[in-house]
Design a protein around this ligand. Structure first.
Ligand code: 48N
Length: 328
């Protein structure tokens, strides 16, 4: 038998406080004698502890009003970062720290941001970064052990969670996780030698769970975010990886992907950092996604290039952004 239907009209609850309805003895706030501190709660769970009252619709409205206000705010962003792995988050941190005036949206396909940076190599915990990348760790506030030419963060999750918390604390940065970039917004930008040249003007998004089912459901159209600059850090090739650069190839904007090469730590990390750049107008590529464009080596379980590629991507973005503003 189905549960009893609601028996009272669903009046809009006030934004700010408890839901008061005739016949529903719901009082706002907790009684004065209720424990308010952890010390006061300890061992008094039965006597003077209870949660303040709530109505389910208040929870729903607290979430939905914020989320849809964010969608409205970031529908026009200054910069969109695709992929919240170590490179994307490092990029966001540098932008958030330097430019509180810019609206930065991060689109992350997974429910859990962080990409491949929750563990070191082969699921081992420790994370290695070669110097001088420890300068970034110091800036973010991640403790490390100094081993001479490299440093070690005792658990990769300490790095990723600390960086993530710093990024999420910036008021001008919004993380849209469980959300996939399914395509790029483009505008014609022809030159005499490249009549079909385009520039990137934002991203096309959908819930990741929707993106995974386009083949077995009828058309589920996407949403969009306009932005004059997109920074793609979607990692090396894989189910979701290297998304934006693969799209550039399919749009004929770059001829082909050179493909990530074999592991060579000493070659790979410098190449990724130095190669981080605007690949086509309006799209900067960093992190391991870049290895697919340039045919750079992979570095395996060292993460210094990811963070410094993020530092460079942010620097490139601000130079481009400010130059465009000057030329407007
Ligand atoms: O961690 P990744 O995969 O990418 P990076 O470049 O930030 O860091 C790479 C690093 O973890 C390594 O691969 C290390 C250094 N190993 C190297 C080696 O030789 O093996 O993060 C990419 C993020 C992920 O969280 C994806 O879920 C996300 O990007 N993503 C997307 N998000 C939104 N829309 C998409 N289309 C999309 N594609 C990937």
């Amino acid at each position: 038998m189905s549960p009893p239907a609601a028996t009272f009209p669903n009046e809009a609850a006030p934004l700010n406080g408890a839901y008061l309805k005739k016949g529903l003895p719901v009082k706002s706030g907790t009684p004065a004698d209720q424990a308010k501190t952890l010390e006061a709660m300890a061992k008094n769970w039965e006597t003077n502890f209870s949660f303040a009252p709530i109505r389910e619709s208040q929870v729903s409205r607290a979430m939905t009003r914020r989320y849809f206000a964010d969608l409205d705010t970031y529908a026009e962003s200054d910069i969109v970062i695709v992929g919240a792995g170590s490179c994307g988050l490092s990029t966001a941190y540098m932008l958030g720290k330097q430019r509180p005036d810019l609206k930065v949206a991060i689109i992350e396909a997974s429910v859990s941001p962080g990409g491949g940076a929750w563990l070191g190599g082969q699921l081992f915990s420790a994370m290695v970064m070669r110097k001088p990348a420890e300068a970034f760790l110091r800036d973010v506030g991640v403790p490390f052990e100094d081993e001479g030419d490299f440093v070690v963060v005792k658990h990769a999750a300490l790095f990723t969670s600390t960086l993530l918390s710093r990024v999420l604390s910036f008021p001008n940065i919004k993380l849209f996780n469980a959300t996939t970039v399914e395509d790029l917004i483009t505008r014609p930008s022809p030159t005499p030698t490249h009549p079909h040249r385009i520039r990137i003007a934002g991203v096309v998004t959908n819930w990741t769970l929707v993106s995974l089912h386009h083949d077995d459901q009828s058309c589920m159209d996407p949403n969009t975010i306009n932005a004059p600059l997109v920074i793609s850090t979607t990692g090396h090739d894989g189910p979701f990886g290297a998304f934006c650069v693969k799209r550039l190839v399919s749009m004929g904007q770059i001829e082909k992907l050179e493909g990530m090469r074999g592991l060579d730590m000493n070659t790979a990390e410098d190449a990724i950092v130095k190669g981080t750049r605007e690949v086509v107008e309006g799209l900067i590529v960093g992190g391991m996604e870049l290895s697919e464009v340039d045919g750079a080596n992979r570095m395996g379980p060292t993460f210094g290039a990811m963070v410094l590629s993020g530092v460079k991507a942010a620097e490139e973005a601000l130079e481009i952004f400010d130059a465009r503003k000057r030329n407007m």
